[in-house]
Ligand binder design. Structure first.
Ligand SMILES: [Zn+2]
Length: 388
């Protein structure tokens, strides 16, 4: 980005004001806000250059940051260029020509002094001195002060934090997305399988082959249990055990997604140990080990997961809460910039509470994802053990 030489300021100082909102105050600076858009083979960079007040500079920086974060990465040179652009915008954009900014502010200060507005003159002269503490900038300020004109010190604008909002929102959104992938990814296939199984059973009413002992290998666990006695064949005992586990595996994602607890499931799996017909099967070391691990996985799951709202409701609420959080955070910055400190503090607390709520919802979903993964994995191990 090339600026005009400081000597030839190409602007009429008497008309300088914020290029976006028209505000005229000592926060005016010329700055450049670079953003990166990548298209696989190349990264193109653009920039907005202008004179803006602190608020509008924050908004320009936030916009450039948001565009770069979304569109900047996706090329070979993209990540480097994106990081550089984001870093520059987080610092309030590129204002590397401090001399030019100082010259502009000093010029306005003189203009205001000549117009008989010493208070405004002090304000702009102080800003010039802040930008570039050189003799020519401090001299004017000293002259004004000696003449008895003292301005109130300029407060740093809270809008300088605006460019931090996009990275924070992106980080939270990515966290939520990762979670959705975790719960959705784990839940979906099993849910589909569970939904399809009864449908298939209805559309294919072909007679199932009956096993020699008179039991149907494709019957439900409840049906098999009716045929089961302490002297039943090992084949029937195994079929019943496997049917119970398969049904539990299909049920778990549905229950967890709906927000039901797994207490009765833990009880019914533990009850298999008491069934006289299963004594022989469960005495096999490999089956016993896998079965104990499954009971342990269910116990652990029930310790951390006690049910609650349906997953879809939590995801929806988390999304809405996130939107609200960003809105409140921006309101807090706005209130602070207007000097409404108490309201700004209250809003900031409110935003923190909302962010905390989103975090708790994410934690809840994370636990549910882990419950589904751990318990279904343990069931698979148990089913494998019975097949050998
Ligand atoms: Zn403005």
């Amino acid at each position: 980005m090339t600026y005009p030489p400081a000597q030839a300021l190409p602007i009429d100082l008497s008309t300088v004001c914020c290029g976006r909102c028209g505000v005229y105050d000592a926060s005016l600076r010329c700055s450049s806000h670079r953003w990166v858009v990548s298209s696989l083979v190349k990264a193109s960079e653009n920039a907005h250059v202008g004179i803006w007040c602190a608020r509008c500079r924050g908004i320009e920086a936030a916009k450039a940051t948001a565009i770069s974060l979304l569109a900047g990465w996706w090329s070979l040179r993209g990540p480097g260029a994106t990081l550089a652009a984001v870093r520059a915008n987080l610092k309030g954009g590129e204002q590397q020509h401090a001399r030019m900014n100082a010259q502009m502010l000093r010029g306005i200060a003189r203009l205001e002094f000549d117009k008989g507005n010493p208070e405004l003159a002090v304000m702009f002269a102080s800003a010039a001195h802040d930008v570039s503490p050189q003799r020519e900038n401090s001299r004017l300020l000293d002259d004004l002060r000696r003449a008895g004109h003292r301005g109130t010190p300029q407060k740093a604008s809270p809008w300088r934090f605006a460019p931090f909002v996009p990275p924070i929102v992106l980080a939270i959104a990515l966290g939520a997305l990762g979670l959705r992938a975790l719960t959705g990814g784990d839940v979906e296939p099993a849910t589909v399988a569970a939904v399809r199984r009864p449908a298939l059973a209805k559309t294919v009413p072909a007679p199932q082959p009956r096993a020699a002992k008179g039991w149907n290998p494709n019957a439900s666990a409840d049906e098999l249990e009716k045929d089961l006695a302490s002297d039943s064949s090992p084949g029937l005992a195994r079929a019943y055990f496997q049917a119970r586990l398969r049904e539990a595996k299909a049920q778990i994602p549905l229950l967890v997604r709906r927000g039901d607890n797994l207490w009765s499931l833990e009880t019914s799996i533990a009850a298999l140990d008491k069934h006289p017909a299963l004594t022989q099967l469960l005495a096999r070391p490999a089956v016993r080990t896998a079965y104990e691990s499954l009971k342990d996985a269910l116990r652990q799951s029930n310790r951390y997961y006690h049910g609650g709202a349906p997953v879809e409701a939590i995801q929806r609420t988390a999304g809405e809460t996130l939107d609200v959080t960003v809105g409140i955070a921006l309101d807090a910055i706005e209130a602070d910039s207007r000097g409404h400190t108490e309201r700004s503090d209250a809003l900031a607390d409110d935003a923190a509470r909302h962010a905390q709520a989103v975090d708790e919802m994410k934690q809840d979903l994370r636990i549910r994802g882990a419950v589904i993964t751990q318990t279904t994995k343990a069931i698979d191990a148990c089913l494998d053990a019975t097949r050998n």
